[in-house]
Design a protein around this ligand. Structure first.
Ligand SMILES: CC(C)(COP(=O)(O)OP(=O)(O)OC[C@H]1O[C@@H](n2cnc3c(N)ncnc32)[C@H](O)[C@@H]1OP(=O)(O)O)[C@@H](O)C(=O)NCCC(=O)NCCS
Length: 282
């Protein structure tokens, strides 16, 4: 933990420091500061969709306009150059903090911590609970869900960004991909994409970006279904239409209960959101 203001050697001479008391005081002050910052930021968020800035500017949480009426969306912009702050772990569960500290690469740790902490704060705000006591459970294929709540959510993170989607209705899936041009991208599409997807791809002026558009859309749908991607990617076909909708088929059967949209994201990324159905097909 870092030193809070007013907790220097003058207030607590080193030889007489009560460590546990000092830690409790620091934690209370840090938590009060965090609560104040977050609730102020959330009020601003509701008023005018203003971006929320976090303490040391390691990340910013930007509300996005959502294409789905009952889904709220945010994009995190991460600043990997700002020094890491241990205080970020205080609102995570013990398991999450342990997982965070296990990441070898700082960028991976920041992506996980910033996303999970922001998710806890956004859900906590809606459930009127402190972020740390928001309780998660896992679906059979690892999809995190809220224990005993009608709210649904999903997150995705890569590079300098993350997306968070919270739904008051149907299950939701979100995916963001960083576009990494590689020589075999198009041959991979020939192997794993459905004919309709390949035809859509060939019509794009940037086939590599198109590859990622289709990929993020497939992944968002599979994340909404909560089934994992292994074994399902090639069975699902997603074809973006001119009206912004996406036509979905699974094993060539139209999936009319699931809806997907491409999301506007910063240059070099692709992203998609998917919703439904109420009961997972898996
Ligand atoms: C879900 C999955 C596609 C995400 O892969 P990714 O592209 O590396 O990661 P993203 O950043 O887009 O999404 C990660 C987030 O998705 C969520 N997630 C994990 N499993 C999920 C699932 N089955 N469905 C939906 N979302 C899932 C988590 O919140 C995770 O965030 P976290 O790592 O911060 O906890 C991949 O992890 C997967 O296929 N998992 C299922 C594996 C499986 O079937 N396991 C069997 C367990 S018995």
């Amino acid at each position: 933990m870092s030193s809070g203001p007013g907790l220097g050697a003058k207030a607590f001479p080193p030889e007489r420091v009560d460590e546990s008391r000092r830690d409790r005081v620091r934690a209370t002050r840090a938590s009060a500061r965090t609560r104040h910052n977050v609730s102020t930021a959330m009020r601003a968020d509701r008023r005018n969709l203003a971006p929320i800035k976090y303490h040391a500017r390691m990340w910013t949480l930007n509300p996005l306009r959502s294409p789905a009426a009952d889904v709220a969306l945010w994009r995190l912009d991460l600043d990997h150059a700002t020094p890491w702050h241990i205080d970020y772990l205080q609102d995570l569960s013990d398991d999450e903090a342990t997982r965070a500290l296990r990441y070898v690469r700082p960028a991976d740790r920041l992506r996980f911590v910033a996303t999970r902490l922001s998710l806890r704060r956004l859900l906590g705000e809606r459930l009127d609970r402190a972020p740390r006591v928001v309780a998660f459970e896992q679906g059979p294929h690892g999809k995190p869900a809220l224990a005993r709540s009608g709210l649904q959510f999903n997150v995705s993170h890569t590079g300098n960004h993350a997306l968070i989607a919270i739904s008051t209705g149907l299950p939701v899936g979100v995916d963001i991909e960083q576009i990494k041009p590689a020589r075999d991208t198009i041959s991979l599409a020939d192997k794993i994409y459905a004919r309709a997807e390949q035809a859509w791809l060939k019509a794009q002026h940037d086939e590599v970006a198109g590859f990622y558009t289709v990929w993020s859309c497939k992944e968002a749908v599979l994340k909404a279904w909560g089934c994992g991607i292994a074994g399902h990617m090639a069975r699902l076909s997603v074809v973006p239409e001119n009206d912004g909708q996406v036509t979905l088929t699974f094993d060539e059967t139209p999936q009319l209960d699931t809806h997907a949209w491409l999301l506007p994201v910063p240059e070099g990324y692709s992203a998609a959101l998917a919703c439904g159905p109420a009961r997972s097909p898996f």
